[in-house]
Each structure stands twice: as structure tokens, then as C-alpha cells.
Design a binder for this molecule. Structure first.
Ligand SMILES: CC(C)(COP(=O)(O)OP(=O)(O)OC[C@H]1O[C@@H](n2cnc3c(N)ncnc32)[C@H](O)[C@@H]1OP(=O)(O)O)[C@@H](O)C(=O)NCCC(=O)NCCS
Length: 234
């Protein structure tokens, strides 16, 4: 059977959410988090996807091909929705030379995507930097290799002392914390971002950053067959 191809966006798809339907729109302690589904866009023609972007965003997408255009556009559509009701409402989500989304008028934005979803987290607040990460549970590669790359000795010890944190959950929390930290401390190897359970039954995770005083809080939730993590650095 021939595959359906969306050749043009519906004429009233002004914010792109017809092609990238919103599947989660949540106020979190760290900002507004929006997740959009990439399935329709995966079957769409490139011009339909580009039509969901504003002019400045389209310029950034020039030269991107295939799945990259879809994840890039999905992230922008999610960011547009997440920035509603903030002073950055209606502004394009541009990109710093290092790849991080540009903060506008004090509104911090973070983006992440899997093959199936794109997500954005936006927060207003002086001194707040945010991070979001989404990981598909079926993307899990060899656990021992990943553990080798991202776990510190302290995390291994903490895992032996109490209920271990699954490696993909830890990766996601670390990636969200990495993005929240980046504007303040620059590149931080994931092994230097420590994620452990909080004492007692406290919610959330304790995040420490080797050699830095920046305070980071992170949280994670299971979202269908994904882990969705959010973080804020102050
Ligand atoms: C930048 C990084 C966090 C992106 O994470 P990822 O899992 O590859 O991809 P995600 O889909 O979660 O995130 C991609 C988004 O991150 C954002 N991003 C890129 N660089 C960034 C940075 N320096 N700071 C904050 N956000 C950044 C972008 O918005 C990008 O989406 P876009 O290009 O469509 O706008 C990751 O590549 C990285 O460098 N990780 C830390 C380095 C490390 O130690 N890696 C070892 C892993 S085992």
C-alpha cells in the first residue's frame, strides 16, 4: 500500500501543530514543557515541514536533510508553544554557535528530540537556565558501554548502596542537567555531572557538578516509552 504523504500543511497550521501535534503541554516546576509527535512530519514533504518554521528558523534549517529537518522543526514548534505567555512569545528560536537555543528577553529555552518526539522547555526568570532531554527506551544500546562513558565512581558506589538508577534514566537526567548548566559553566563531561537519589523518599534527584558551585535540580518522568527529564540551573 502506498505511503501517505502530506504534501502541504493545512492552511490554518499557523503554529505548526497540525503537522507536529502536541501530545504533552505541562507546567512543571522548571517551566512549561511541550512535547510534539513527529509521526505525521515523518511522512510529510520537506516543504510542508519548512512551512512550519518562521523565516529566520528556515534559514537555520538550510542544508539540513531528512530526519534532521524534522527533529529541528519539531523542536521549534514545541518551543513556540512553550514560549506562549512569556515575553518571548512569537520570537524565533535561534541557535548559538555552540548549538544551544538562544535565550530571548530573559526566557531560557531548551530542546531535545528522539526519533518519535520533540520537546521544548521554556522558563522565565533571571538567572534560570533550563534543560530538557527525551530518550526513547528502545534506543538503549549496550548498558555497560554507556555506564563506562557516563558514570563516576561516586555514582557507582551510590548505586551499590541503594536502589540503582537505570542507566538510560541517568543519561537523560545528565543530558538535561548538561543543557541547563551549559550557559553558566560551558561543556561539562557527563561523568562530572553526578546524579544520585535524594535521601529518604524525597522526590527528584540530587545533581552535583564537579568543581562548580552552580545549583542544579533535575527530575524525570516516564512518558509512554520514553524518559523525559527536566532540569534547572541557578
Ligand atoms: C549537546 C547535547 C547535550 C545534545 O544532546 P543529544 O542527546 O545529542 O540530543 P538532544 O536531542 O537531547 O538535544 C539536541 C538539542 O540540544 C540543544 N543543544 C545543542 N548544543 C547545546 C548546548 N551546548 N547546550 C544546551 N543545549 C544544546 C539543541 O537545541 C539541540 O536541538 P536542535 O539542534 O534541534 O536545536 C549532547 O550532544 C552533548 O554534547 N552531551 C554532553 C557531552 C558528553 O559528554 N557526551 C557523552 C555522551 S555518552
Amino acid at each position: 500500500m502506498a505511503q501517505w504523504v502530506v504534501t502541504a500543511p493545512p492552511t490554518d497550521d499557523l503554529d505548526g501543530t497540525r503537522l507536529f501535534p502536541v501530545v504533552l503541554d505541562a507546567s512543571t516546576p522548571f517551566g512549561r514543557c511541550v512535547v510534539v509527535d513527529l509521526a505525521l512530519a515523518n511522512a510529510a514533504a520537506p516543504e510542508a515541514i519548512l512551512a512550519c518554521l518562521c523565516r529566520e528558523e528556515r534559514t537555520l534549517a538550510e542544508g539540513m536533510r531528512g530526519a534532521r529537518v524534522i527533529t529541528f522543526a519539531g523542536g521549534r514548534v514545541a518551543a513556540r508553544r512553550a514560549k506562549e505567555r512569556t515575553p518571548a512569545f512569537g520570537t524565533p528560536t535561534l541557535m548559538e554557535p555552540n548549538g544551544a537555543p538562544t535565550a530571548v528577553t530573559g526566557v531560557a529555552v531548551s530542546i531535545s528530540h528522539s526519533r518519535y518526539y520533540a520537546t521544548a522547555l521554556a522558563a522565565v526568570g533571571p538567572g534560570w537556565d533550563v534543560g530538557v532531554d527525551i530518550e526513547a527506551l528502545d534506543d538503549e544500546g549496550p548498558e555497560d558501554l554507556l555506564a563506562e562513558r557516563i558514570l563516576s565512581d561516586a555514582e557507582r558506589a551510590a548505586d551499590q548502596a541503594c536502589d540503582p538508577i537505570p542507566i538510560l534514566l541517568r543519561l537523560s537526567l545528565k543530558e538535561a542537567a548538561y543543557k541547563a548548566l551549559f550557559p553558566q559553566v560551558g561543556h561539562t563531561p557527563l561523568r562530572c555531572i553526578g546524579v544520585t537519589r535524594r535521601p529518604g523518599n524525597a522526590l527528584g534527584y540530587a545533581v552535583t557538578v564537579e568543581g562548580s558551585e552552580v545549583s542544579v535540580i533535575a527530575n524525570a518522568t516516564q512518558f509512554w516509552d520514553h524518559v523525559l527529564s527536566t532540569a534547572v540551573a541557578k
